[in-house]
Write a protein that binds this ligand. Structure first.
Ligand SMILES: Nc1ncnc2c1ncn2[C@@H]1O[C@H](COP(=O)(O)OP(=O)(O)OP(=O)(O)O)[C@@H](O)[C@H]1O
Ligand SMILES: [Mg+2]
Length: 312
C-alpha cells in the first residue's frame, strides 16, 4: 500500500431540496487498500458514491480522483470502475463477448481488447466460462463477470455497491478472493455493504456513515478492540422456541435475540461466564443446544453505533 490516496473527499455536503444527506464527510482511500463503507439505510452511502463517480456536483466539498474532479474530468472518471448492484450483462452473449462489448464502451483500444479481456477473466476467475452464454451462469459467476466488465480499462479505484446481496456463502468467498486479488494488484477498492461479516473479513478499513456523517473509521480489529476491550460475545443457541416466561429468563440473563433462536450477550468473563450461564439456564429448565464464545464482531460494533443514534 502506498501512502498517497487515489481517492480524496473533503468536506462533502449534499442536499436534495432542503434535505441534508451528507453533512461534511472526509474520505481517503489508498492504492492497494480495501475500504468498506457501512451504515444504516439512508445514511448517505450511495449519495457519496454518486459524488465520487462524478454523477452530480456536491453542494459543497471536493472530490479528487488521482487529483482530478470526476464531475468535470473524463480523465478522472476513467480511473474508476463501478460494479453496479444489478447484473448488467447481455444474457444471450458469452462471457467473452460481453466483456468485448464492455471493453469497447469503456474505451479500451481495439488492439488491446483481447488481452485486456483475458486479463479480466483471469483476475476474476471466470476464464473457465468464457465461452458460456451469461444466461447459463450461476449467480456467483455473474457477479464476477460484472466485476470483470468494470476492470477492463484497468481502473485504479474499483467501487462495488452491495456486491453480496443474494449471493450464497461459497459464491461470497469466491468474490472475496477476487476482491483481494485486485487489491493485491494495487487497485483501491471501495465497497458499500450491509454485509458486516464480509466487511470484517475483507476490509483493511471500514467507515461508518450515520445521518450523513462519518462517525467511526479504522481497521475492523482496532475499532472492535477499542469499543469492547476484553469483552467476548457469548452466543446461546436454544433448541425450543422460548415461551414468554422463557423469553424473560433469557432477557434477565442479559441475552438479546440475534436471529431465529440464537441469543447473545457481551461479557468480559469469557468462557467462565459462558459456563456459568449454561449452568444457570439449565437450572431454570432452559436447555441450550449450543453455547459459543467468540470475539465481538463488526455486527456488535454496528449495534453500538446504532444505539448512539437512539441516545442522541
Ligand atoms: N435523488 C434523490 N432525491 C431526493 N432524495 C434522495 C435522492 N437520493 C437519495 N435520497 C435520500 O437521501 C438519503 C440518503 O440516501 P442514500 O441512497 O445515499 O442512502 P444509503 O446510505 O445509500 O442507503 P441504503 O443503505 O438504503 O442504500 C435518503 O433519505 C434518501 O431517501
Ligand atoms: Mg445505497
Amino acid at each position: 500500500m502506498t501512502d498517497r490516496p487515489i481517492l480524496n473527499v473533503w468536506g462533502a455536503e449534499h442536499q436534495y431540496g432542503s434535505r441534508k444527506v451528507l453533512r461534511g464527510v472526509d474520505l481517503a482511500v489508498r492504492p492497494g487498500e480495501i475500504y468498506a463503507l457501512l451504515g444504516p439505510n439512508g445514511a448517505g452511502k450511495s449519495t457519496l458514491v454518486g459524488a465520487i463517480c462524478g454523477r452530480f456536483r456536491l453542494t459543497t466539498g471536493e472530490v479528487a480522483l488521482d487529483g482530478h474532479d470526476p464531475f468535470k474530468s473524463p480523465v478522472a472518471r476513467a480511473r474508476l470502475g463501478l460494479v453496479p448492484q444489478e447484473i448488467a450483462l447481455y444474457g444471450h452473449m458469452t462471457v467473452r463477448e460481453n466483456l468485448q462489448v464492455f471493453g469497447r464502451l469503456s474505451g479500451v483500444p481495439r488492439r488491446e481488447l483481447a488481452g485486456m479481456v483475458t486479463r479480466a477473466l483471469q483476475l476474476t476467475r471466470t476464464a473457465d466460462r468464457e465461452h458460456v452464454p451469461v444466461k447459463h451462469l450461476s449467480g456467483g459467476y455473474r457477479r464476477r463477470v460484472n466485476i470483470a466488465a468494470a476492470i477492463l480499462h484497468r481502473p485504479q479505484l474499483l467501487i462495488l455497491d452491495e456486491p453480496t446481496v443474494g449471493v450464497d456463502i461459497d459464491a461470497r468467498e469466491a468474490l472475496d478472493t477476487v476482491i483481494r486479488n485486485l487489491r493485491d494488484t494495487g487497485v483501491a477498492v471501495l465497497i458499500v455493504t450491509h454485509d458486516l461479516e464480509q466487511a470484517g473479513a475483507l476490509a483493511d478499513r471500514v467507515g461508518f456513515l450515520k445521518e450523513g456523517r462519518k462517525v467511526l473509521e479504522g481497521s475492523p480489529r482496532g475499532l472492535i478492540e477499542q469499543a469492547f476491550g476484553q469483552e467476548m460475545e457469548i452466543l446461546v443457541q436454544m433448541d425450543l422456541e422460548p415461551d414468554m416466561d422463557g423469553e424473560s429468563i433469557l432477557a434477565a440473563e442479559g441475552l438479546e435475540r440475534r436471529k431465529g433462536n440464537l441469543w447473545a450477550r457481551l461479557d468480559a468473563g469469557g468462557y467462565n461466564a459462558a459456563a456459568q450461564l449454561d449452568r444457570r439456564l439449565r437450572s431454570l429448565g432452559m436447555i441450550p443446544r449450543e453455547i459459543r464464545v467468540r470475539p465481538p464482531s463488526l455486527q456488535n460494533l454496528f449495534s453500538l453505533v446504532a444505539d448512539w443514534r437512539r441516545a442522541a
